[in-house]
Design a protein around this ligand. Sequence first.
Ligand SMILES: Cc1ncc(COP(=O)(O)O)c(C=O)c1O
Length: 480
Amino acid sequence: MTNDNCTGALMSELRYEKLADDVAGMIAGGVLRAGERLPSVRKLAEERRVSISTAVQAFRQIEERGLVEARPQSGFFVRARPQPLLAPATQAAPETPVLVDLNQRLVGVLEANQQPGIVPLGAALPAPGLLPIAALHRRYASVARRFPNLLGGASHTDVNDPQLVRQLVRRSLSWGGPLDGEEIVVTNSCTEAMHLCLRAVTQPGDTVAVESPAYYVMLQLLESLGLKALEIPTEPETGISIPALDLATRDGKVAAVLLVPNASNPLGSVMPDASKKKLAQLMAARKVPVIEDDIYGDLCYAAQRPWPIKAFDRTGNVMLCASFSKCLSPALRCGFVAAGRYRAAVALQKMLVSGGTNPITQRVLAEALESGAYERHVRKLRRQFQNQVELMIAAVTRYFPAGTRIARPQGGFVLWVELPEKIDTAKLWKRAIAAGIAFVPGDLFSPSRLYRNCLRLNCGNPWSETIEAAVRRLGELAAG
Ligand SMILES: Cc1ncc(COP(=O)(O)O)c(C=O)c1O
């Protein structure tokens, strides 16, 4: 190498290091915040008058320092400061099943989330502005115009729209399907799907194994059906404990397993494929039906959409439930269950419970899926939610008391937070509501009232000064 070449190489090295240091300085100083996107390589190169390759090298260096992360097709994003992001300790779940008694308190907590002016960090709802509501209106109008006979159909005898079923089967190819169209029952929501499955395979007084912590509506369903819940320890990263489930189902006293394997609510865990396969095999061998809720499957952050347990089901023992509430609109009230060998029993329950599902909505969904609009929308939405979760993590990290721990979700838009042990989040909730801020206290995720020092935050809303101020206030209330 000549001296000139040497000097040139050195200069370029200095340039990209300087650029990397400047960006790192902005992150350290809070100018660039966790979850924010860095300017594009091209823009930064132009603004700093350096070559594209210098800017690329600078970005690589900042990435190596762990300050930013590259997201496919989206660019570089500032990572949250990692310090308190330890997995919360799983609290020892009780070994005996209990009757659930949460409904009354839950109704109050969920109602509070809807109060006018409240900062809605409670119920897991996406902000309406992120949903394709105008496009759905157009599709409703168009479907109603083109198919005037849809409302004239006999819904009790023909529950499913064949076009929607075909789309559901087609989509299942992307996660280890195909589903069998014959096993599908279209429902009014994922909640209805789970309700029908429970009614199909359990009797009052039976025991159902659930995750701990568990999605509270699942617990409400058990309560309303007179079923007992058996809490199975669940890890923030890898989901339900297979060894614990193995133990719990040995004596034939568990009538069903009800769980959220992909981006569980509230932990955000995703079960590894090996665990899903093991669970499917184990429960098939023991003849314990599995009811899985895959509502967040399309909202997982990994490049590859995770497979549901259903993909590993060889005997028709798994009932896969999902809906469009999180991605398109909770108001659609349309979901489905692929019920495997329980199809007939589930279809009978569907007839008894609600008879049918709005045929116009079904056709609207079928067309949204067929056109590719759903896929394009969901691709953007999952990045948006990931970003919002990152910003929430950063704010909790900044404002909550020392000793706070956070489960890092792998999908969806809720965040599970563990506060220092002395803090009772049911009491904190009352003070927060008085201050105009909603969240869900941790003990509502456990029929035996574990997680009294935990809470769940909804990250379904775009970041704003109001949310930032609410998280700061929550942190102050928790500390005080
Ligand atoms: C895990 C999970 N399942 C189901 C639902 C509700 O779905 P749907 O509106 O389709 O009943 C929610 C909503 O919070 C959820 O978090």
